[in-house]
Design a protein around this ligand. Structure first.
Ligand code: DHB
Ligand code: FE
Length: 283
């Protein structure tokens, strides 16, 4: 049986990709952010998961305003990265796990989640920057797991509710656990926390709201489902809706998790940057 061993969250800010490309990890601006990652590297080096399910929100590379699936799952042999204009060096393709992708899609559609299946999916900074953060040198890190990208709409309203996001993760967990092979899976929730990149509130960050989300997501994620989408935009900023990815990840981890490490730093670029490692305690 496939086993989900834990979940990891991170912001996916493109400027982080540039900092990595320029080796700025020890620079005074970047150090407090990059200091959140060594404990996660140690955990990954010990656990060596076989597959990573990377839950991110496409920002207009894989899908654009004309076609925007609410929930999409990659089912490709590999995932190409493209130049989005942020100046991040383009990376080589990331190997996929299409058999498990299809198994998850089948299980979730059976469970009445309407999934867009993607046999081709270019992956943007929301997918790639976290892979580089967790597996330095990716995709050429020897421990890099095979990847399954999962994207949810945070671009065009109506976006999913927080409750739907949590339930998506729960359904995904059931589908993964029904895979017969004994493999281990780690789930990423990328994006957030509070940020707004444009409009009158450009630069908006909400420390207290971010910290509350980081606290509640550990043991009481159901409480966070009471936040309406309007409230989420008000309190976290227009792009703070990326917190939905964290809720999807959390749903996939089962009831009980143990917080192994966390880091929060503001601002990194325009964002309240949160990093958490949650180990699964349920079977
Ligand atoms: C930034 C953050 C994001 O989540 C994103 O997708 C692009 C830019 C930023 O803070 O610069
Ligand atoms: Fe983003």
């Amino acid at each position: 049986m496939a086993k989900i061993i834990g979940g990891i969250t991170t912001s996916h800010i493109p400027a982080v990709g540039n900092a990595i490309a320029n080796n700025l990890q020890d620079d005074p601006y970047w150090k407090p952010f990059f200091d959140g990652y060594p404990k996660i590297h140690d955990w990954l080096a010990e656990k060596k998961p076989d597959v990573v399910i990377n839950i991110y929100n496409d920002h207009g590379l894989g899908f654009f305003l004309d076609q925007m699936p609410t929930f999409a799952i990659g089912a490709a042999h590999e995932y190409k990265n493209e130049d989005e204009g942020w100046g991040i060096p383009q990376l080589d393709p990331f190997p996929g796990a299409p058999e498990l992708s299809w198994h998850i899609i089948e299980g979730m559609v059976e469970d009445e989640f309407d999934i867009t299946s993607c046999q081709e999916l270019p992956v943007d900074h929301g997918f790639v920057v976290p892979m580089q953060l967790f597996w330095p040198g990716a995709p050429h890190n020897k421990d890099l797991p095979r990847a399954i990208p999962v994207s949810a709409n945070t671009v065009i309203h109506p976006i999913p509710t927080l409750n739907r996001a949590l339930n998506f993760g729960k359904s995904m967990r059931k589908a993964v656990q029904s895979w017969p092979e004994d493999i281990t899976v780690v789930v990423l929730g990328t994006g957030g926390l509070s940020h707004q990149l444009d409009g009158e509130r450009a630069g908006f960050i909400n420390h207290d709201f971010d910290r509350m989300c980081m606290e509640k997501i550990v043991d009481t994620p159901e409480e966070l489902t009471k936040i309406t989408r309007m409230e989420l935009v008000e309190k976290a900023g227009a792009q703070g809706t990326e917190f939905l990815m964290w809720m999807m990840m959390r749903g996939a981890l089962g009831k009980k998790v143990k917080l192994l490490t966390e880091n929060y730093h503001i601002p990194i670029s325009n964002t309240g940057a949160g990093t958490m490692l949650l180990e699964c305690m349920d079977d």
